[in-house]
Each structure stands twice: as structure tokens, then as C-alpha cells.
Design a protein around this ligand. Structure first.
Ligand code: URA
Length: 275
């Protein structure tokens, strides 16, 4: 028996066992009916006579690389304008809370802005809130947050001596990987956030955070364990930044904790240089 012919209760039980932990819409969508309609549309299309040859799709031609960068989306234009007006962390939080250009806000329970001490010399940036963070409106309070606290403790720190946030302020449904567009639309707020806190050292935990903030394509395996000069238009000077593994990854791959520990030791030494 496949899941289509099972009772609604059995289907629901199966979805929960597969990891679904919330309903995204008020009413269910029958994906089988949807795919049947798509199939019918495709069959109608393939049985239609072929278009005249000059209307047929031509094979893709190699194009010269465009000289102009892509224009930013309206969402990015709006988030840049809203972020630029924020002159304090309170104003930035308000601007993000009022922002309607990121669809994640619609499915999230709470805005997750930051935790810790904004006066701290160390700022940690993760990827996106998970289920527990979404419930509480506080970053890194679930299982990976507990490990992050232990990583901070290893360098003699806690949330009174570190400031914590993410590159996304709302939880992606079901903890899916954020899209490039979602990261791009939040980035002006994140840049302003860093400029307003102006930490002495930044730590990017996880590939999503490191890639977005360093504007790099490599994965975290290549990016971690090195120092970068992080800069953005709102900062008058660059900030030393370290990329390291995300605690959620370390929970799945504890063998890598030793590397993360090395990265945090380097962070501690760098902070000690500042006195
Ligand atoms: N993972 C993150 O990257 N951030 C959080 O706040 C929680 C889990």
C-alpha cells in the first residue's frame, strides 16, 4: 500500500516520522491531483503540432560574460534603504520587524534578532533560526545553541561576553536551506548589524554564514580555520573574521570538534591581542 491510499491519520504519522514538525498552510494541498493536472497539460502540449521551425527554441549559444552586475531585486533595494536608516540596534530591530520583503516572515512565529552582549568584542553569526529559536525568538537556544555555549565556554566566554545573531532573521520552514534570494534580501540588515555592533572579531559558524558574508563559493571545509578581513560599506575599517563549523554539523560529526576547537583557540588568541 502506498502513502496515497493510506488513511489521513497514517499519512500524518508517516510525515511526523519523516521529520515534519509543523503545518505551513491552513488547508492541505492534494499534490497528487496537482501532478495529474500537470501530466494532462504536458500530454496536451506534446500532442500539439510542432511550432514552425523559426519559432522553435534554438540551442543555447555561448554568450559573452555580461559586463554589468545583475540589478538588485526590489526586496534588496528596500532592505538596503531600511537598513541605512537604522542608527541603533533598537532601530535596526524595528526596521527588520516592519520589513515585508522576505517571505520567511510569513511562515515564522517570531523574528529572531540577537542574543548576548552588544558591547562584546566578539560577534558570532550563524545561519538561520531553527524550531526552538523560532518559538522563543532567541538565536541558538536549541541543541546546536547548547553546543555553541560549550564552544564559547572553551574560550572563557558566555553570552555576557559574546553577541550572537544569524544571516537570516526568520526560520525557513522545516529548517530547509535558505535560498540565495532570502540571504540576499537580509544581507543589508546583517551588514548594518555588524557595523552597529562593530566587534573586534567576527566568527561565522557554518557554510551558509561564511559564504554569504565572505561572498565566496567554497564550502566550509575550505573556508574554515583561516582569517579574513571582513568589510562592508558601513564599516570604516575591516574586522578580522574566522569561519568555522556550525555546531549542528559538529553534533552530527563529533570527529570534527577538534578542528572547531582549534578555530576557537585562534579566536581567543586574536581577541587577547586586542587586550
Ligand atoms: N542554527 C543557526 O544557525 N542559528 C540558530 O539560531 C540556531 C541554529
Amino acid at each position: 500500500m502506498n502513502s496515497h491510499t493510506q488513511s489521513p491519520q497514517a499519512s500524518l504519522r508517516w510525515m511526523v516520522e519523516m521529520g515534519a514538525d509543523e503545518a505551513i498552510l491552513d488547508a492541505p494541498i492534494d499534490r497528487y491531483a496537482e501532478s495529474a493536472a500537470q501530466l494532462a497539460a504536458r500530454q496536451a502540449k506534446t500532442s500539439a503540432p510542432p511550432p514552425p521551425s523559426d519559432l522553435r527554441e534554438q540551442p543555447a549559444q555561448p554568450t559573452a560574460p555580461s559586463q554589468k552586475p545583475l540589478a538588485p531585486s526590489q526586496g534588496v533595494v528596500d532592505s538596503r534603504a531600511a537598513a541605512a536608516k537604522a542608527n541603533s540596534l533598537a532601530e535596526l530591530r524595528e526596521a527588520i520587524a516592519a520589513f515585508e520583503g522576505c517571505a520567511l516572515k510569513q511562515t515564522a512565529t517570531n523574528l529572531v534578532f540577537s542574543d548576548g552582549n552588544p558591547e562584546a568584542d566578539l560577534m558570532i553569526l550563524g545561519e538561520a533560526p531553527g524550531a526552538e529559536e523560532d518559538r522563543q525568538g532567541v538565536p541558538f537556544v536549541g541543541a546546536s545553541g547548547k553546543l555553541l555555549d560549550l564552544m564559547l565556554a572553551a574560550i572563557g566566554r558566555d553570552r555576557n561576553s559574546a553577541y550572537i545573531s544569524n544571516v537570516l532573521f526568520w526560520r525557513p520552514p522545516g529548517n530547509r536551506t535558505p535560498t540565495d534570494a532570502e540571504v540576499a534580501v537580509c544581507m543589508p540588515f546583517v551588514q548594518r548589524h555588524i557595523a552597529l555592533v562593530r566587534p573586534k572579531v567576527l566568527v561565522f559558524v557554518g557554510g551558509a554564514s561564511a559564504k554569504a558574508l565572505l561572498d565566496r563559493k567554497e564550502g566550509i571545509m575550505r573556508l574554515r580555520g583561516k582569517w579574513y578581513d571582513y568589510g562592508n560599506a558601513d564599516l570604516d575599517a575591516t574586522v578580522p573574521a574566522m569561519a568555522t563549523f556550525h555546531p549542528a554539523y559538529l553534533l552530527r560529526s563529533p570527529g570534527q570538534k577538534r578542528e572547531a576547537w582549534r578555530d576557537f583557540m585562534a579566536v581567543q588568541a586574536r581577541l587577547a591581542d586586542f587586550g
